[in-house]
Design a protein around this ligand. Structure first.
Ligand SMILES: Nc1ncnc2c1ncn2[C@@H]1O[C@H](COP(=O)(O)OP(=O)(O)OP(=O)(O)O)[C@@H](O)[C@H]1O
Length: 319
């Protein structure tokens, strides 16, 4: 159940990075966002959209250039210490772990940074190791861990201060499918705890699977907030078909079929077709097969492609 109290409130947030001899790079260009208590909120956007910059500001490691950001009603600039006690941050990948220490030692070290007394830290660390499936290997050095285990240790680290708000920045990057599935179960547990989660991803399937609502960001701005089912429909509607040795008249006929978006026909005959409506892929495949084209494959287009067609069509273009 999500509450009405906003646990993350971002208003007209801006962040620029100066560059010598050039215009400053704009990472956030007036972003607005509100996440109610208990919600799993996805932040979906292509590379460079500003997702990591927002996460860094919300976890107080980066200052905004202008605008406001509050976590549980606390201002990230004015109430830094209190925000740090409220937020847990989990970055994907392997950075920031002490490889020569064990998982338990890593977690006890981080708990000391939050000044947790050992009577609180020790049982909490044991519980987190259990919860993240690391208990069996807790006393082995982290350098012996698989990538998935390191990522789970990152998650445990992000929960060490028992945060009300957990920010996960691309938490499943590089995880194998089994680890990513386990991770989704963990997200469910964190939600059941009543925590508020903000999760960045550029994976539409992940956003659809784990989020209560999904905000689309691009160019440092909020484009819109959607239900996960909408993201699911986009994924079902958008496909990419690749074919080889396609004669020009066949390519031209494909271009004219309903529900066909961008079409690229290369001089060597290679054809790339983006479909933008449910059912269009089947029609394109049928047409190609009927005209003797058999070297075919289908896949999902990138988030950028979906942005171009869906967001462009809905008139929600970047201001
Ligand atoms: N420390 C920095 N110095 C200069 N430019 C930066 C810095 N951090 C981010 N940027 C720029 O700000 C923009 C937004 O970057 P950000 O990392 O927030 O995007 P992102 O949505 O997280 O992308 P990705 O999915 O690739 O991580 C990019 O153009 C990036 O190059």
């Amino acid at each position: 159940m999500t509450g009405t109290r906003a646990m993350v409130e971002v208003e007209d947030l801006r962040r620029t990075f100066p560059r010598p001899g050039e215009e400053p790079r704009v990472a956030l260009a007036g972003l607005d966002l509100a996440v109610p208590e208990g919600e799993v909120h996805g932040l979906l956007g292509p590379n460079g959209a500003g997702k990591t910059t927002l996460c860094r500001i919300l976890s107080t490691v980066l200052l905004p250039t202008a605008g406001t950001a509050r976590v549980a009603g606390l201002d990230v600039v004015a109430d830094t210490a209190a925000v740090r006690r409220t937020v847990g941050i989990v970055f994907g990948g392997e950075r920031g772990l002490y490889n020569r220490l064990t998982a338990r030692q890593n977690l006890l070290y981080w708990s000391s940074l939050f000044h947790l007394p050992s009577s609180v830290a020790k049982p909490r660390v044991a519980r987190l190791l259990e919860r993240t499936g690391l208990a069996d290997r807790a006393d082995e050095r982290v350098e012996t861990y698989s990538r998935g285990m390191k990522q789970r240790l990152h998650l445990a680290r992000g929960l060490i201060n028992d945060p009300k708000v957990v920010i996960l920045d691309e938490p499943t990057v590089g995880m194998d499918p089994v680890a990513a599935h386990d991770f989704r179960a963990l997200v469910g547990e964190l939600r059941a705890d009543g925590r508020t989660l903000l999760l960045t991803t550029h994976d539409m399937a992940e956003a659809e699977a784990v989020c209560d609502r999904v905000s689309l960001v691009d160019g440092g701005r909020l484009i819109g907030t959607e239900q996960p089912s909408t993201i699911g429909r986009w994924m079902a509607a958008h496909e990419r078909i690749t074919a080889a040795e396609v004669p020009a008249p066949v390519a031209a006929a494909v271009r004219a079929l309903p529900g066909v978006g961008a079409v690229t026909h290369h001089p060597d005959g290679a054809l790339v077709v983006e479909t933008v409506a449910e059912g269009a892929t089947a029609a394109v495949l049928r047409h190609l097969l009927d005209h003797g084209v058999t070297a075919l494959s289908t896949g999902r287009p990138s988030l950028e492609d979906v942005y171009l067609s869906v967001i462009g069509n809905r008139g929600l273009t970047v201001r």
